[in-house]
Design a protein around this ligand. Structure first.
Ligand code: FMN
Length: 629
């Protein structure tokens, strides 16, 4: 278990200035400064990508970003991987996470106390709530408006192109401030922003997100929508921006709650929005709701490129900044990356909120290699029949939790949800085809496996109750089983079994696909004796998967299936087709490419001596080495 050494070494509550935060990171040995001139096109992001995957990777400050193609250099350093370890996460939050969840719980379960001491503590808690509300900056120049660009020019900012297939540079850590048409509701969200030209940005707020709901109000009213994007300042703003609070609850209030300090905000120069005074850079503007442009492709946090879709466009009306700003950025792609740590904090802090609508929920966990919404484990204290199913539907029915594709529910006596090996054994010893729920619903806009955009299959597994003891399984070694499988299915090239000590071992089959769907080929054959040797079978493309790498196999499987189409039970064997899909599989959307580094850029970084501690094995299987809590 991680201890909170860094966070409590010193109190630095006033690090609203990102420079103070940098100095703090440096004093803890958590910051690496790279003075080498490096290109904003791939070089900076590739180095940050590899760094965050190391066990003790650091935050990186690139002091000399350049744009080789356009022969430019920037006087604004780029800061990356700020959230990229548990120790840095703690130093940003500054309070033990358990303490935060306790105080949220106590607010949610508010009940008048009887004894004087408890009454006093309760009053103190309530009194502290006055700190959540933003305070308005009234006098003097706010720091974020010290410098004002005479003509707004996004190309003066070191905006990165992360992946070779990205269509353009993207802002990846922008705090996007919006408000409802009548101004009564405010929102802070984090959505990537594509640079179209020096004064236009694509706003990738997906269809289910809060700012998009506001956008519809402006569209209906035929009015331009003000949008301001802030970069930098207190890193906690960034986490708050991605926090999935319900529509109408302003994320800056969460900031005030977590910091115990009122956020200070000032009015933007060219629109009516307010942004925190201490941010490094502000991009102000308006969205014309009549104008939509194609956005993407962009290598996303699923580890795949998202394809082009129409999104609104921000016309920039002003760019302001501090006198010496710092530009924050993040790399998203195959896990684990910085969002692992941000996601962990989200998961912990939102548990008490989730529990308020899901009676019986004890804990939940979304592993980072399930790219969060693709896989969730939930531990419950069941009280009545179908309790687990009720909670699955609750998850699938509300807010961003509805993006969850695969939900595995376990009983109160299950191992810790992060002890994956013990948990897998617990689940598989209770797994039965009778306890599978396949449903359909809302999908994340990024999901590429669903046959239709943002609508797809859901899988619920109920591993509740006692172990199932009876089993007619005949266990074979991997090589024996491969021979048996090959006799029936010539397209199988390799095989590996996992969890063979359970009554439902997992069998990974590496397959070579032809022009017929795997489901059709398998369903055409009677399994016969083979059905007694197989329980749960995963079909994976031979060329793309390493059967010895369960971390990435999990990533692949939960990313690449649509439960309704790709899971079937045949002679009591569960088949899961996790291969790439195409028209032969009744999948008519384009299957996306994966986010992989450019070999030339890696070679260049190696020649510069910047990858001395990175060996080829790390590049291939790096995911195993990231820090764990
Ligand atoms: C690094 C990072 C990048 C993100 N990019 C996007 C994005 O481009 N579009 C989007 O809709 N959500 C994106 N998200 C997720 C949203 O920030 C998250 O869903 C948030 O809760 C949205 O806020 P809202 O509910 O106020 O709309 C991103 C999250 C992270 C951590």
């Amino acid at each position: 278990m991680h201890t909170h050494k860094i966070a409590h070494k010193q109190n630095f509550k006033e690090f609203g200035d990102s420079k103070k935060f940098l100095a703090f990171l440096q004093s803890c040995g958590e910051l690496k400064i790279i003075d080498e001139p490096l290109d904003i096109y791939l070089e900076i992001p590739h180095l940050a990508y590899l760094e965050v995957k190391k066990k003790y990777g650091k935050a990186l400050l690139f002091t000399y970003p350049i744009d080789k193609k356009n022969n430019r250099s920037f006087d604004i350093p780029v800061l990356m991987n700020v959230f990229g370890s548990f120790s840095r996460l703690d130093s940003i939050v500054q309070r033990p996470i358990a303490e935060i969840t306790e105080s949220i719980q106590s607010l949610l379960k508010f009940a008048p106390k009887k004894d004087l001491k408890s009454k006093f503590l309760q009053l103190k808690e309530l009194f502290a709530l006055r700190k959540v509300f933003p305070k308005y900056h009234r006098f003097g120049m706010p720091p974020c408006q010290e410098r004002i660009q005479s003509t707004p020019d996004l190309y003066e900012l070191p905006i990165l192109t992360t992946w070779p297939g990205d269509i353009a540079p993207f802002i990846t850590m922008g705090q996007v401030y919006t408000q409802s048409l009548d101004g009564t509701q405010k929102n802070l969200g984090m959505y990537r922003l594509q640079v179209y030209d020096k004064s236009h940005l694509g706003l990738h707020w997906q269809i289910h997100k809060d700012s998009n709901h506001f956008f519809h109000q402006y569209k209906k009213a035929g009015k331009k929508m003000p949008v301001s994007i802030a970069l930098g300042g207190d890193p906690l703003y960034i986490w708050c921006a991605q926090a999935p609070l319900p529509l109408g609850i302003y994320e800056l209030l969460l900031y005030g709650f977590l910091r115990g300090k009122n956020p200070r905000v000032c009015k933007c120069l060219t629109n009516e929005l307010y942004i925190p005074t201490d941010v490094d850079i502000v991009i102000e503007g308006f969205v014309d709701p009549q104008r939509m442009e194609l956005e993407g492709p962009f290598g996303d946090h699923t580890g795949f490129y998202t394809s082009q879709e129409p999104y609104p466009v921000l016309e920039v009306s002003a760019i302001t900044m501090k006198n010496s700003p710092i530009f924050p950025a993040s790399v998203v792609g195959k896990p684990p990356l910085e969002d692992k740590y941000m996601g962990y904090l989200t998961e912990r802090i939102f548990l008490p909120l989730l529990q308020s609508t899901t009676h019986g929920l004890l804990d939940y966990h979304m592993p980072e290699n399930g790219v969060f919404h693709n896989l969730i484990f939930a531990k419950i204290a069941p009280e009545y029949p179908a309790h687990a199913m009720q909670l699955m539907h609750a998850f699938w029915g509300v807010g961003q939790m509805s993006f969850v594709k695969h939900a595995i529910f376990v009983d109160w006596d299950a191992p810790d949800l992060q002890d994956y090996e013990s948990l897998a054994h617990y689940i598989l010893n209770r797994f039965s085809t009778d306890n599978l729920l396949i449903s359909e619903g809302v999908c994340d806009a990024l999901d590429h496996a669903s046959p239709n955009f943002a609508v797809g299959g859901k899988l619920g597994v109920c591993a509740i109750g006692k172990e199932i003891t009876r089993s007619s399984l005949i266990l074979h070694s991997d090589s024996e089983l491969l021979t048996l499988v090959e006799q029936k299915f010539g397209f199988v090239k390799d095989l590996k079994q996992y969890c063979i000590a359970t009554i439902n071992p997992l069998c990974m089959l590496a397959v070579q696909k032809s022009d017929t769907s795997l489901k059709e080929l398998i369903q055409a054959v009677a399994l016969g004796e083979l059905a007694r040797a197989l329980r749960i079978v995963f079909l994976l493309d031979f060329a793309k998967n390493d059967l010895h790498n369960p971390y990435m196999l999990t990533w692949r499987i939960v990313n690449s299936i649509d439960a309704k189409r790709d899971i079937w039970v045949q002679e009591n064997v569960v088949f899961v087709d996790a291969s790439d899909k195409a028209a032969m599989d009744n999948h008519y959307r384009q299957w996306p490419k994966e986010t992989d580094c450019s070999p030339e850029v890696i070679q260049k970084l190696r020649e510069l001596g910047l990858l001395e501690d990175i060996h080829d094995g790390f590049l291939k299987f790096f995911q195993i080495e990231s820090s764990s809590r």
